[in-house]
Write a protein that binds this ligand. Structure first.
Ligand code: F6R
Length: 591
């Protein structure tokens, strides 16, 4: 949530790099944006409401080597220019961008106001430059003043700070991600995510929680915020390329990422047998396995409850990460927490990990972003290898998560090889499905239902969590009111919502649950619903049939593909931007 960026070095294009970097971080927030840069000994800045997509960094400056920037997802204070970052002290000698929340900002603001400081925004962030100014009165050392201020902040945050008196950029984090891009001999980048500097370097260093860094573009120093102790860092080469993080010829990232699934599911199978077996063994021996995640990733966990049950006859517990903290009574040192996250930065998931660790439980993670906070905090990580996911709506990460969870379930059943085979076959099915004719058919279906305001999706077994995920996908990009239900639950209440012509999607597979879900579809049809069947076989109950291959235990993976395409076209045909839906951000680093 919120993207932050900083550059210092010998390039004169700092504002161009800042604007380009922010464009690639826009998925983290797009209410407003701002850049501050140092030129002629002063801090200049530009802030605007709305998206940064059309802005040219060269229009800000063509001759500066130190700049910071921010793209905002509002937490404290409305979407106004005053609330947009960077924030300054009154004399505009210090500029700060933040991703996160200073929980004690009100107390700090009152303290600073009592000393005569005047605030111009409603944000928590504005206390930072004022507090740093106060500490600069005590120590003439800029980095030291930032460190003293950071010791006062509570909450989860990442900040980047510059001032007029030095050419030093200081960054600190506790909770929110900050990654350093190392461009030997020419400069250093700091950003919330790597695509912000991938065009310039793929060499990174990770700032850990409770740490800060200072760099003048030639050297960089890392230290602990509280003790001041120096922290040596390794340089790591990342494998993602700048091209992978671009949308190429596609109209939107969401469509590109849906299409990426032609290959990404096969990549997720790329796991070492030894490691998967070790994880399966850990699940077998654990006294309680808890699968925890948020949003779409949580739906992948919920589907895996059926994978573990059907494929391996093993019980696991699934909970949304935001609810998990109340489960702590059940946790023992022998328990296992399995967290799933695309970004690897989701605050509620990180909190669940902290709770589990405090009980001595081991934490396994399935993530997409290597080097993310969850990856580094977990005892063991499996990467889904989906490649960068930029659209706010998760698509290829979801199928990657399902694939890895299905693989683990197979390993638990002693059938890892069959699991890998199944997923490779599923991958080639997806490749066949995503052909232009198939996509056009779904586009035509979207046209038929695009003006509806309500939609319902039902499923049974693993298609039930998939119905919940389908609802999320349709809601978040098209703003149609969509809800998912277990098919058998309809008659216990939700069926009252069905009216003549209400579009209802029925997710089915060729398994023992088929008769039941078809019977639920008949109940819908009897109330006038327009029934859209997503199933391997046609049925007279369906007003529209969306053909999907028969993928056995991987049915949830293939069934979600047409739903993702449908959600995409519903958004586009309703004139919405599927990549940046209102009120949302990709990486949810606040609770
Ligand atoms: C919906 C979506 C979100 C995320 C959720 C968790 O399409 O993307 O529901 O799944 O915010 O994010 P990660 O997976 O990054 O932990």
């Amino acid at each position: 949530m919120c993207g932050i960026f900083g550059y210092v070095g010998n390039s004169k294009d700092a504002t161009i790099m800042a604007v380009d970097g922010l464009k690639s971080l826009e998925y983290r927030g797009y209410d407003s944006w701002g850049v501050a840069w140092k030129e002629g000994g002063a801090l200049l800045y530009k802030k605007e409401i709305g998206k940064i997509s059309g802005v040219d960094g060269a229009s800000l400056s063509t001759g500066c080597s130190l700049a910071i920037g921010h793209t905002r997802w509002a937490t404290h204070g409305g979407v106004t220019v005053e609330n947009a970052h960077p924030h300054f002290n009154e004399s505009k000698t210090i500029a700060v961008v933040q991703n996160g929340i200073f929980e004690n900002y009100q107390e700090l603001r009152d303290e600073l106001k009592a000393k005569g400081h005047v605030f111009v925004s409603e944000t928590d962030t504005e206390v930072a430059p004022h507090l740093i100014e106060e500490y600069l009165k005590q120590t003439n050392d800029f980095a030291q003043a930032v460190r003293m201020a950071c010791k006062r902040f509570t909450g989860r945050y990442g900040i980047v700070v510059i001032n007029t008196e030095s050419n030093v950029m200081v960054a600190a984090r506790t909770g929110s991600p900050l990654i350093v891009g190392v461009q030997k001999a020419s400069g250093y980048f700091v950003a919330s995510d790597t695509p912000a500097f991938l065009h310039h370097t793929r060499t990174v260093q990770y700032l850990d929680d409770g740490e800060m860094l200072m760099t003048d573009g030639t050297t960089i120093l890392f230290c602990d915020i509280f003790t001041g102790e120096e922290k040596p860092k390794r340089e790591i080469e990342i494998t993602w390329t700048a091209e992978q993080a671009e949308k190429g010829d596609y109209a939107h990232y969401m469509l590109k990422e849906i299409m990426d699934q032609k290959e990404s599911v096969a990549r997720s199978v790329n796991q070492s047998d030894e490691e998967i077996h070790a994880i399966a063994e850990a699940i077998k021996n654990a006294k309680g396995t808890f699968l925890v995640a948020c949003g779409t990733a949580h739906k992948a966990c919920a589907a895996s409850e059926y994978f573990f049950s059907v494929v391996a006859g093993h019980h696991v517990n699934v909970a949304p990460a935001s609810e998990f903290t109340v489960y702590h009574h059940f946790l023992k040192p022998e328990s296992l927490l399995f967290v799933v996250s695309q970004s690897g930065e989701t605050a509620d998931v990180l909190e669940a990990m902290t709770v589990a660790k405090s009980k001595g439980a081991k934490v396994l993670a399935i993530v997409n972003v290597k080097g993310s906070s969850i990856d580094r905090a977990a005892d063991y990580t499996l990467l889904i290898h989906a490649g960068p996911e930029r659209a706010v709506a998760s698509t290829k990460a979801f199928t990657g998560q399902l694939a890895v969870l299905l693989l683990v379930a197979h390993a638990l059943a002693g059938k890892l090889h069959q699991g890998k085979q199944l997923l490779l076959e599923t991958s080639s099915m997806i490749n066949d499905m995503l052909n232009p004719r198939y996509v056009e058919r779904i586009e035509a279906l979207a046209k038929k239902i695009k003006d509806e305001e309500d939609m319902y999706i039902i499923g049974k077994s693993w298609n039930y969590p998939l119905a919940l995920e389908s609802a999320i996908k349709i809601q978040e990009v098209s703003y149609i009111h969509a809800e998912g239900f277990a098919g058998g639950e309809l008659k216990h209440g939700p069926i009252a919502l069905i009216d003549k012509g209400t579009p209802c999607v029925v997710l089915a597979g060729n398994d023992e649950t088929l008769p039941d879900i078809l019977s639920n579809a008949i109940q819908l049809k009897a109330r006038g619903a327009f029934v859209i069947g997503v199933a391997p076989n046609e049925n007279e109950i369906f007003d529209e049939w969306v053909r999907v291959p028969d993928a056995g235990p991987a049915q949830a993976i293939v069934n979600v593909i047409p739903i993702q395409v449908l959600a995409y076209f519903l958004a586009v045909q309703r004139g919405k931007d599927p990549d940046m839906p209102r009120n949302l951000a990709k990486s949810v680093t606040v609770k």
